[in-house]
Design a protein around this ligand. Sequence first.
Ligand SMILES: [Zn+2]
Ligand SMILES: [Zn+2]
Length: 328
Amino acid sequence: MKQTMQALQMRGPDTLVKTEMPIPVPGAGEVLIQTLATTICTSDLHDLKSNPFGIIYPRVLGHEAAGIIVAAGEDVRNVALGARVAVHPVVPCGNCNECKRGLSNICSNMGHLGYDRDGSFAEYFTQRADRVTALPLRISNATGALLEPVAVCLQAIARAGDIRGRTVLVAGDGPFGNIIARLAKRAGAARVMVTGRVPFRLQSIPGVEIPDADPVRCADVAILAVSSPDAVATCMKALRPRGRLVVFSALKEPVAIDLFTLHLAELEIAGACNDEDRIEEALECLQDETLNLASLITHQVHFQNWEEAFSLVRYKQDKTLKVAITFN
Ligand SMILES: [Zn+2]
Ligand SMILES: [Zn+2]
């Protein structure tokens, strides 16, 4: 096997560089994965622009991926070399209070692919063996890379509570808003409304309502799927009494919330971060033809043309939702 690989390294604000570097060696409990496809996440753009999570430079970004296991470190059992897998980027410690409470998604010593360890915008990367899962044949490489985006959207639905027969507003028409809206229908919501700014994106979500004006006091649940303070206000205004806001998207700066209305109408606010091991359900969703999550992948661009892939996501050109970087 060759010793070096090509990788996209973040070296500073707005500085992503293709570089030649050694192929990583899997440590104990880890596997080495040859990347087949990796999708670009909105958070990759935020990391590049303002590095909200304080990633230490240099770092290979990328955390949504599918690939082939080509090597394993010590103490790795139950994985087959040559297996095609999807990767979950979150690496919970297993020992902290949150992990012991069963809340490994909010582990206080969490590792994360592309944050504290080199990620999947590379020909090879390593990940802890228990965070990869075999991909059924009918899921393509690019669609397989959506495992974690779908799992985190399932967490948002779970945090919304029982939405069967209910009215749900999803604020945000990006890939996450799109997936959440589809999953809300799947979970039995009677009505799903989506607000956003891009007609192509809104129209690409089947079976949802696109309100002309901000909805007022009609939603049982509002899910924030865009990092915008204005969208928080839209969500709060949309909730009917006893409604619940689910904060899925990250907003770094504090946002003003009308607690008087929250008090009077007994509203609730819940966070949704990562997912409580919803990998199996995410795999089911990826195979569900009614959900058609494969349609989220609007573009596949070869790794050689990575700059084109990023500009597609950045400037939302050519009717873009999810852009997959492919390696074969
Ligand atoms: Zn992501
Ligand atoms: Zn932990």
